[in-house]
Design a protein around this ligand. Structure first.
Ligand SMILES: [Zn+2]
Length: 379
């Protein structure tokens, strides 16, 4: 297989130097588009950016394939990164790439983007027999899966997909992810001069503190977590605070437990605010829904066959985080997350690209499209 380490690495070093915070992916999208077009493929862009106020839509590359009667497969990586991502200075050390520690590296998810680019070149050069492919480079994954949520699904017909947004080892496959709901509460009391007439005031910070102090937070059980992440309010030490804002979240693999946890958080905020003579206005929003892909589902069967060609067996895993895979699954595309070589994402000090894993990921993709085309049940 003509997987080219130098070519892959030069793509990667070029793309991580282009800042692409969520919603500002224009420049990196142009670079990716040029690379795909240089392979003789056509790139289209949807209107996703307009849907959430970003400057760039998702890029969609359709590869016809050279086999008849094989259904399409969706392959995905996201173009955006978390902050800080200005002036990334990638340093190659043996088989690893890191940043200089001042910024993130952006292997999450430019490793996935570059794996897809190298894969597209390899299947062409090697004349790999495969069916149609729908390659989707999404935007604004990190700030709320906006690209996947606003993807123009009329352009997609795949019912099975692989999302390249996970770390080594290469045989690790993420088949389960939780649902998440966010909570925003404004607890209202009454302002008063803290020294002259404190009895006229109702301290919103204290109301909120009572509620939070008695809240079940952290790891609730094996499937459920909850957090209050931000609290802000108050104007001065001599003013009884009138208002405090609280932001939190809960996640669970079990929808009923998620409902219960959120209800618990909301009711405590309302109860404690009321008990102290104030009130709480609470908003709950759905961020994404859980998914669970079983060993009998098509993506798992394909991966089993694809990994077997490398002498490996899949290691099925559960994640506590959400990704574009949650949204694709909601839209009826059975998706799992696979390794693209990214390690310790979102950490300026620890994020790495593991080059051998990324190159194995290219090989795995080739095996996936080959195995998929040979499966009896897809024909
Ligand atoms: Zn990611």
């Amino acid at each position: 297989m003509p997987i080219n380490r130098e070519r892959f690495l030069s793509d990667f070093l070029e793309l991580v130097r282009i800042p692409s915070p969520s919603g500002k992916e224009r420049e990196v999208a142009q670079a990716v588009k040029a690379k795909v077009e240089a392979m003789g493929l056509t790139v289209s862009e949807d209107e996703a950016g307009k849907g959430f106020g970003g400057e760039q839509g998702n890029l969609i590359v359709k590869v016809t394939g050279n086999l008849e009667g094989v259904p399409p497969i969706l392959l995905n990586a996201h173009l955006d990164t978390v902050l800080p991502c200005e002036n990334v200075n990638p340093i190659v050390e043996g088989d690893k790439v890191r940043s200089d520690g001042r910024t993130i590296l952006g292997a999450d998810n430019k490793a996935g983007v570059c794996v897809l680019l190298e894969f597209l070149r390899v299947i062409k050069e090697d004349g790999i027999q495969h069916g149609p492919l729908e390659i989707v480079f999404t935007v604004a994954e990190e700030t709320g899966l906006h690209g996947a949520k606003h993807l123009d699904y009329s352009l997609i017909s795949a019912k099975v997909g692989f999302v390249l947004d996970s770390g080594p080892p290469i045989n690790k496959v993420i088949v389960r992810a939780p649902s998440q709901k966010n909570l925003r509460a404004v607890v209202k009391g009454k302002s008063a001069h803290a020294g002259v007439s404190p009895e006229k005031g109702i301290n919103a910070i204290q109301l909120a503190a009572r509620a939070i102090a008695s809240m079940r937070l952290g790891r609730i059980d094996q499937e459920t977590t909850a957090n209050i992440g931000i609290i802000r309010g108050g104007l001065a030490t001599n003013i009884v605070p009138e208002e405090v804002e609280i932001l939190g979240e809960a996640r669970s693999h079990n929808p009923k437990k998620l409902e219960e946890q959120i209800a618990h958080m909301v009711s405590l905020l309302e109860k404690e605010a009321q008990r102290g003579g104030g009130k709480a206005e609470v908003e709950v929003t759905d961020v994404y829904r859980s998914f669970s892909v079983t060993e009998d589902d098509l993506p798992s069967k394909v991966l089993k066959a694809a990994l077997a060609k490398m002498g490996l067996k899949p290691q099925w895993e559960t994640t506590g985080g959400g990704s574009d895979a949650n949204i694709f699954n909601e839209h009826g595309i059975k998706c799992v997350l696979i390794c693209c070589g990214e390690e310790s994402p979102h950490s300026p000090e620890n994020e790495r690209l593991d080059i051998p894993s990324a190159l194995q990921s290219v090989e795995l993709l080739v095996n996936i499209v080959t195995a998929f085309a040979q499966m009896d049940e897809v024909k």
